[in-house]
Design a protein around this ligand. Sequence first.
Ligand code: DGT
Ligand code: CA
Ligand code: CA
Ligand code: ZN
Length: 589
Amino acid sequence: MENLEIAAALKEMATLLEIKGGANPFRIRAYRNAVRTIEEHPVPMRKLLEEGEDLTELPAIGKDMASHIAELVNTGRLSELEAVAEEVPRSLVEVTRIPNVGPKKTAKLWKDLGVETVADLAAVAAEGKIAGLEGFGKKSEEKILAAVERYQEREVRFRIDQADQLVRPLVEHMEADKRVQTLEVAGSYRRRKETVGDIDLLVQSDEPEPVMKRFTGWSQVAEVVGAGETRGSVVLKSGLEVDLRILPEESYGAALLYFTGSKEHGVALRKRALERGLSINEYAVSELADEESGEEGTTSTTGRELGKRIAGRTEEEMYEALGLPWIPPELRENRGEIEAAEKNKLPKLIEQGDLRGDLQMHSTWSDGKNSIEEMLEACAAKDYEYFALTDHSKALAMTGGMDAEKLARQWEEIDEIVETHDEIRFLRSMEVDILAEGDLDLEEEWLERLDVVVVSVHSRFNLPEKDQTERILAAVRHPHVNILAHPTGRIINERDPFPFDLDAVFEACAEHSVAVELNAHPSRLDLKDTHLMRAKEKGAKIVISTDAHRVGELDLISYGVEQARRAWLGPADVINTWPLRKLLGFFSA
Ligand code: DGT
Ligand code: CA
Ligand code: CA
Ligand code: ZN
């Protein structure tokens, strides 16, 4: 059981207790705090337990919580959760996920109207039964009805980092078998899309039968949907679906190309093959046998006779057979990559090693979990040339946001730290809130003194599009502003981007030498790939930042780099690949 599954069980526990009512609020909070610790821990709890570590040494994990975690890891179950579920239907947890509902309202809907599921909620809302409930009303009923409809239409996809967490142990499990000669995760996962619908696993093996058995027999499989000789499909306990294909060596490259997709990329390749008198499928590229030759051949998926086999062993030879260089998976979305490849004009994509610094992170001075010095040392250990510490401004009071007076005190600490650390350049910065009218949440004299001014919207996501645009433009035009952080405010699977005129903002960023952030946190990945492409088109520069709230999160930079690659970005487009002098020049422009 992986950390995200353990966290999900404890979260469910907390929510059920809240719905049930009468529980000690500290007990509920204890679960939620433990959830945060587990979700953010870089090492799987199962590994810590295997190594005999004492879990109570982790923040927010007491003796009880440690034994719950151990029970989950060892048995896959939580008896305490099963006991509460006797009294409160587990399906209510899903009801709490509807926007504007939450545990308190769910409790009322359940106790007064017998709502147990999202479908029940839709029904009572449609029947007009909610308006009369204490604390609800007609408006609230309409909102709930609309939210339920949106919820029911939405497609459930796993975030790429969640997929990573669930796929890694499966890969380990499969690779431990010598009969697995080569293994690759294909599909949207290999293209490093921000979310994946399912996982497509490819294995090269000459002994498919035992490999298939090993796959369907994995301890984390909840259901085997199908298992033939070379194709299998399972649902994991986490809910993630995995398809497996087992192939012989001569077809492995063809299958890798086909199942990496995207479908649109595959369709475009097939068209290209046909134009060249070739046929492509998941087994090979072959010649289309010409009518006169009368040779016996196999039949292609389009029903035409196939002739000589040209390629299939590797992806490189597949592309080569089509007159193309190998195309990086992140580009395979049929957004012009085939045309570019044809002309040998594929972009030189950014790589993690190109980065020289990280320009958004928090310390214990606001809502971060590590001290300034710890953040500095961690950045230096990554061999960065520079980094910016960007604690919150005072508008975000709940994060311990800083006013000028607190900032001045922070600088005293920074002065001391800088004196003993010359291994990395410390950039003094702050993540300054953009206030309602586009003003900034810090006095002018301090904005001027900062090395980097990062600005972001953390409130009033619902402004009309025009007002929101004006508000952001006002901030971008401010002479001291350098970076617009997480520009659309989206949280993947939780909060949609707020509406504003992206083009107008990108144009203003280009004009005023303000970089647009690609927030690398896998829950944000904001801007997303298509928006990044648009920003570049408009001439804006990009900065990839982690927004780390603890040392371990500095590693999340890889997700930002992958997203940047999907947007065709190269080192020249991303300011934190630049040497310090050039970076500072950009900021002072
Ligand atoms: P996902 O799972 O929704 O995140 O996206 P993918 O891209 O992983 O799609 P999936 O799992 O349905 O299929 C895996 C790959 O198989 C897909 O990227 C391309 C290939 N594929 C699936 N269906 C078709 C098809 O109808 N035509 C072609 N050319 N390729 C297909
Ligand atoms: Ca897939
Ligand atoms: Ca699939
Ligand atoms: Zn922020």
